[in-house]
Ligand binder design. Structure first.
Ligand code: C2E
Ligand code: MG
Ligand code: MG
Length: 828
């Protein structure tokens, strides 16, 4: 082919050097003003290069055209588009090949009528073949380098490209015909050429814009659908790679004001990697910090001079990148980086950064939600004071251990002796401090595979696996007791405390988890009673079975209590944090036990649930609470009506006739459903959430309010929360406890408040014991509270007395609301 076209003469001779110069300049120009045609992974550059090509074919010899093209295009590719050597050589070779093929086809088919219809046909044939060769060679190169070859992807590119070629060819033919008549006419053609160029550009921009909107819409849906967890973020990063046609996407999360790197997720091609506390060079870190302080993202081009940018590219083995900060609620939480642009455009453009900035806000919100979910999960299985596992985790581990083949396990129950005295003498904060210290020592004492948990109060438990004989369990108990040999330093005091340990194993006869716990409990009480002889620990023996029977007796006792009317409701007022006004009360059941005195629910609710007695108990509590509220409404008719909150057990909600019970009780007591709030906990949704949700919808349909109690202590995924028909959230005491002063906004608490606000839920702070906690909650947007700071749970008569006093005072002051005798919160 080369030999054939080497000797070819121009089709229309006589235009000489001026034409060559013109063709060269137009070739250069057509490489400057190109339209990058890039949708998803398709990438193609459309240019007007067929115009100089065809002018060249008509007025110059083929070798002159080739020279014009190489000389025109090379400097542009090198200096303007900054192509690396390999790419430059490939592109020039590919251009020369296309021109060669176009020239060969053109001259082979050309007849005498160069500027008439037969000549036009040859022109179209020539440029079209050249264009096909160009697209195919680029497609082959990209497919080879990216390791895939899909024809379907390239067909749209090819057809778009051929359309452009045809339009350009026609335009060039018009120019050629005009030029042969009057060469000055070439100048006129600049206008339609520019118009065609602008039209291409407008079209591709529009299409790109649509693609981008679609991408953002889809990425939003990806996050919503994935329940905002980490896998959602990976999916999103993958989508981002396709959208930006890049090789690598990376999310880096930071913590604290110092911005130290916490975790990193990288998607590179098909690989995903997660790193905790990755090592970062000073340069890269500097750049991340710089970007985190900026409002917008930046492009890091290949071969730039900035030291930090070079460091970042080198650290991550990238040619080019763009980088922006991740924000959640105006707080910077990290960065997102997209690296190594693939395809024709040299690097990322301003448009890309704008899109990345928008994407970053979506990812930021998702990351924040994923974090919150992790925290909630941790919270569900850990004790917030000591950070040991809680009862839930312990029960789970115990079950897992017992499910293993031939399990040999021991449960050690550890209880601090006379812990109440520490609380009474030094105060609750000191008591808490002691628990934290004890937990720490216990955790150091247990062997690697064993589990230490805090079951509640001053009660700890250790699960020891691989116990071969009872002596091993006793050795473990002695190790635990060893944690109390040294005094504890608490609130400036040296405290000597002792503990008692009860041990139960499954070595003698197979036992289930709850029996083991009960046996260890019984043994622990035995150890406490017989301290001097037992030396602080006791191994459960079958002779103690009697005491276990006592636990079972509790159930029968409770049945009797219901019959004899030994249950009573206490009421704890709920107040408006701003004014201290009592707006409602929570009914909290108590058992007036013949021998034990007033017993709190912790002692009997679980037994009631296990035995099904909770249904009757719950009905009683609800009826009594509604009746009491009606009485208060009658006695204190002025002002906004008080509300009452009643706790529901998951067992009640599962009961098919439950909603009818509520309707009947409301009718019997003549209470407006809007004044009743039912409190449910997250455990309600652990199993069969669908039935529970359906039943809650029915309740809400009646007009009853629904609130989620102890929020944050059970594990409900955020996506379930979104589906629940809730009116409010009660922020658990453990979160309220984390507030140390008014300005303090613990991150988890803040996240919960934001979540409640996003889901449009009312918030109540529970277990408020200090004024600063009330003030801080109020400052964060929580309007209602409950806790010992305001009121302890009281018998109805005590609450009535108080309501009466307040009503008297209000009518004296001309007010109509019940007012607490508290200092008002200053408006901050
Ligand atoms: P809950 O519904 O979260 O009730 C709040 C608990 O926190 C009450 O304990 C209350 O006395 C206590 N509390 C309130 N303010 C403070 C404070 O400032 N500091 C401290 N340390 N504690 C505070 P209580 O009465 O022992 O009830 C415990 C749990 O028993 C309740 O938690 C609720 O889940 C359950 N419960 C109570 N009554 C019923 C009932 O009638 N039915 C059902 N199913 N469960 C009930
Ligand atoms: Mg409650
Ligand atoms: Mg609660």
């Amino acid at each position: 082919m080369l030999a054939e076209i080497r000797g070819q003469r121009p089709a229309v001779p006589g235009f000489g050097w001026t034409m060559w110069l013109l063709v060269t300049v137009v070739f250069a120009a057509s490489e400057v003003w190109v339209v990058h045609f890039e949708f998803r992974r398709e990438a193609q550059t459309i240019s007007l290069s067929e115009i100089p090509l065809l002018l060249g074919l008509i007025f110059l010899a083929p070798r002159e055209v080739m020279a014009a093209q190489l000389i025109g295009a090379a400097p542009i590719l090198l200096f303007h588009r900054r192509q690396v050597l390999l790419k430059l050589v490939f592109n020039l070779a590919q251009l020369a090949l296309s021109v060669g093929v176009a020239a060969a086809v053109y001259h082979a088919t050309l007849g005498a009528d160069v500027l008439g219809p037969p000549g036009w046909l040859s022109a179209v044939l020539g440029t079209t073949t050249g264009s096909v060769v160009g697209v195919v060679s680029v497609a082959a190169a990209i497919s080879l380098s990216e390791g895939r070859l899909t024809l379907s992807k390239w067909l749209p590119v090819m057809s778009f490209s051929l359309g452009g070629t045809f339009a350009n060819t026609c335009l060039a033919l018009v120019v050629a015909v005009l030029v042969t008549h009057d060469s000055r006419a070439a100048a006129l053609m600049l206008v339609p050429a520019a118009a065609v160029y602008l039209a291409y550009r407008a079209y591709t921009r529009e299409r790109q814009k649509t693609e981008r909107i679609e991408f953002l819409y889809n990425s939003g849906r990806t996050l919503a659908g994935s329940g905002a967890n980490e896998s959602g973020i990976v999916t999103l990063l993958r989508e981002a790679l396709t959208m930006f046609r890049a090789e690598m996407a990376q999310v880096t999360l930071t913590v604290g004001a110092a911005g130290s790197v916490e975790a990193r997720t990288t998607v590179r091609g098909d690989d995903v990697s997660e790193e905790d506390r990755p090592v970062e060079s000073a340069g890269s870190r500097g750049l991340l910090e710089r970007v985190m302080a900026m409002d917008r993202g930046l492009i890091i081009a290949h071969g730039g001079r900035d030291e930090q940018e070079r460091a970042l590219l080198a650290d991550r083995d990238l040619r080019d990148a763009m980088l922006t900060s991740l924000k959640s609620d105006n707080r910077v939480i990290g960065t997102i980086l997209i690296g190594n642009r693939l395809g024709a455009a040299t690097t990322f453009a301003v448009d890309d950064v704008a899109l990345l900035d928008t994407l970053a806000t979506q990812v930021g919100a998702a990351v924040e939600n994923a974090r919150l979910e992790r925290v909630l999960h941790h919270q569900a299985f850990h004790d917030s004071l000591t950070n040991l596992g809680n009862r839930g985790l312990f029960a789970r581990r115990l079950q897992e251990a017992l499910d293993r083949p031939d399990p040999h396990v021991a449960v050690l129950m550890i209880d601090i002796d006379d812990f109440k005295a520490v609380n009474d003498r030094l105060g609750h904060p000191a008591g808490d401090q002691l628990l934290v210290r004890v937990a720490k020592r216990l955790a150091q004492t247990v062997r690697g595979a064993d589990t230490a948990s805090r079951l509640g109060g001053d009660e700890f438990a250790v699960l020891a696996e691989d116990i071969a004989e009872p002596d091993d369990a006793i050795a473990a108990a002695q190790r635990m007791l060893g944690a109390f040999d040294q005094p504890y330093e608490v609130a400036g005091h040296e405290l000597r405390v002792r503990a008692s340990v009860g041990v139960a194993t499954n070595l003698d006869f197979p036992t289930d988890g709850s029996s083991l716990l009960m046996q260890a409990d019984v043994a622990m009480y035995r150890a406490k009673r017989t301290r001097t002889v037992s030396g602080g620990y006791c191994l459960f023996e079958s002779s103690m079975q009697e005491e276990v029977a006592e636990h079972h007796a509790l159930r029968e006792d409770l049945q009797l209590a219901l019959e004899r009317g030994e249950l009573t409701n206490f009421y704890q007022p709920l107040v408006e944090l701003e004014t201290g006004r009592v707006i409602g009360t929570e009914a909290l059941v108590r058992w007036n036990h013949r021998h034990r005195g007033l017993v709190v629910p912790a002692y009997f609710i679980r037994v009631a649930e296990e035995s099904g007695l909770i249904l009757e108990l719950g009905r009683w509590v609800l009826r009594e609470a509604c009746r009491q509220l009606r009485e208060w409404h009658r006695e204190f008719p002025s002002g906004a009506p008080l509300k009452v909150s009643v706790n529901l057990s998951a067992v009640q909600l599962r009961q098919p006739g439950f909603v009818d019970d509520v309707v009947r009780i409301l009718q019997e007591t003549d209470l407006d459903p809007r004044h009743l709030t039912l409190e449910i906990t997250e455990s309600t949704f652990m199993e069969d959430s669908r039935t529970a949700i359906a039943r809650l919808r029915e309740l809400r349909g009646l007009g009853v309010r629904l609130e989620l109690d102890d929020f944050g202590t059970g594990y409900s995924s955020l996506s379930i929360l979104r589906d629940l028909p809730l009116d409010g959230l009660k922020i658990d005491k453990s979160f309220v406890d984390s507030i140390r002063d008014v300005a303090d906004r613990p991150a988890f608490l803040q996240a919960i408040v934001r979540l409640a606000q996003a889901l449009d839920l009312d918030m109540i702070g529970e277990g408020i014991e200090q004024q600063v906690q009330a003030d801080a909650l109020f400052a964060m947007g929580c309007r209602r509270g409950q806790g010992y700071l305001f009121f302890r749970p009281q018998p109805a008569e005590v609450v009535t007395d108080f309501l009466r006093q307040q009503a008297d005072r209000d009518s004296a002051e001309g007010g109509s609301v019940v007012q607490m005798p508290l200092r008002r919160h200053s408006d901050r």
